[in-house]
Design a protein around this ligand. Structure first.
Ligand SMILES: *Cc1c(COP(=O)(O)O)cnc(C)c1O
Length: 379
């Protein structure tokens, strides 16, 4: 069977984990954790990096740092992972779902403009496959408004908006190191990036169970006490050791994936012109990280037929997000600007193809041949 995803190992994972065991620091914030955050703060120009047990916990930190209250609204796309909404619904915030752009499945800026009210406390954009909104354009829209801009950059590591890495265009962002993403900390892991320095102090407290443990460790107070809402948000050092083995090879990993992505694109573009599906249109301002490759079919039936065909060919393909505004919890905790038509289409018509760092070009070409074969026999 051709698998949808396979974890890529760089070869240094065991060595670094062994080193951590020797150093006898396990709880996090050891030498590998520090190295990783230093990398993001230097290379990406992030003001403050916190490693977390998942992107989900980084999102939950954001909602505690901004102190969301029941009447506060956050605008997010409906076509995203559950955590983007769940983190804020946990604070009883009102989630306002907005539709996506059919060309690349990223939140539609014109709709954000319509969705903003006096109750809007934050907007969270989701970078899909390393594609983002046009931040310059969005910043013009929100310039004189009293609200925060957040980025769910869970899948966007090493992708860029113009010359900057994604995750740095907002007040706060997250990255995921789950084993389905481009690099992993060995299962679960994530990071919170703070770019607005006014939020750093609060972030330290939320990171360490709502306490002033940081001041305690800096010998500024004799005891640390409970100051605000928080949780246990630190990534274990073993996971950081694993992650460093991957992060130090990020250039190579990203390049390999982009090569594969480009090959898919080149080979499948002719079929797009035949009206079966559309491919993601990458804006000029983005450099993607080739996290995923999808086909957005013209009809739901076509997508269903294709999925079944690939199953019979032993090639693993998957749908993606199911629009949140239609979900049971989405209806309870959210409101919608409009019908979110494109998100509904995307839920039923977007199919992702196998793509992993070490995929052989011949495997990819074999998959493409099967897609051409499907096309020939469809309908
Ligand atoms: C993967 C993903 C998440 C969740 O990441 P975890 O590290 O598994 O919590 C959140 N949002 C988006 C857009 C994702 O792709």
């Amino acid at each position: 069977m051709i698998k949808f995803n396979k974890i890529y190992l760089t070869g240094n994972e065991q060595k670094y984990i062994g080193k951590t065991i020797k150093e006898n620091i396990f709880k996090g914030n050891g030498s590998f954790s520090k190295k990783i955050c230093k990398y993001f703060e230097k290379e990406y120009n992030v003001k403050k990096c916190f490693l977390t047990p998942s992107a989900t916990s980084a999102l939950e930190m954001m909602s505690l740092i901004l102190d969301f209250q029941p009447e506060d609204e956050i605008i997010i796309p409906s076509f995203t992972f559950v955590s983007s909404a769940n983190a804020f619904a946990l604070r009883n915030a009102k989630i306002k779902f907005v539709d996506i752009d059919p060309k690349n499945l990223v939140i539609d800026i014109e709709k954000i403009k319509k969705a903003i009210t006096s109750k809007t406390k934050a907007i969270m954009v989701v970078n899909y496959n390393g594609v983002s909104v046009d931040f310059d354009k969005l910043n013009k829209i929100i310039k004189n408004k009293d609200l925060y801009l957040l980025e769910d950059n869970a899948q966007g590591i090493h992708a860029k908006y113009k010359r900057s890495y994604l995750g740095t265009q907002s007040d706060m962002s997250c990255i995921s190191f789950h084993d389905t993403k481009n690099i992993t900390s060995g299962g679960q892991g994530g990071a919170l990036f703070i770019n607005n320095k006014n939020l750093i102090d609060k972030a330290y407290k939320v990171y360490q169970n709502g306490t002033d443990k940081r001041e305690f460790l800096l010998n500024k107070v004799d005891l640390y006490t409970w100051k605000t809402l928080g949780s246990s948000n630190m990534l274990s050092e073993i996971n950081s050791a694993f992650l460093w083995a991957q992060l130090e090879k990020i250039e190579r990993i990203t390049k390999k994936r982009i090569n594969l992505w480009d090959e898919y694109y080149k080979l499948l573009k002719p079929l797009e012109q035949e009206n079966y599906f559309i491919l993601q249109d990458i804006p000029k301002y983005n450099t993607i990280n080739a996290h995923l490759f999808y086909l957005f079919f013209k009809t739901e039936d076509m997508a269903k037929d294709f999925k079944l065909f690939m199953k019979n060919e032993n090639i693993q393909v998957f749908y993606h997000y199911q629009s949140l505004h239609n979900s049971k919890a989405g209806k309870k905790y959210g409101i919608s600007l409009d019908s979110n038509k494109i998100s509904n289409y995307a839920s039923k018509r977007v199919i992702r193809l196998p793509l992993y760092t070490d995929m052989k070009i011949n495997t990819l070409r074999y998959i493409v041949r099967k897609i051409y074969f499907w096309r020939k026999n469809y309908g």
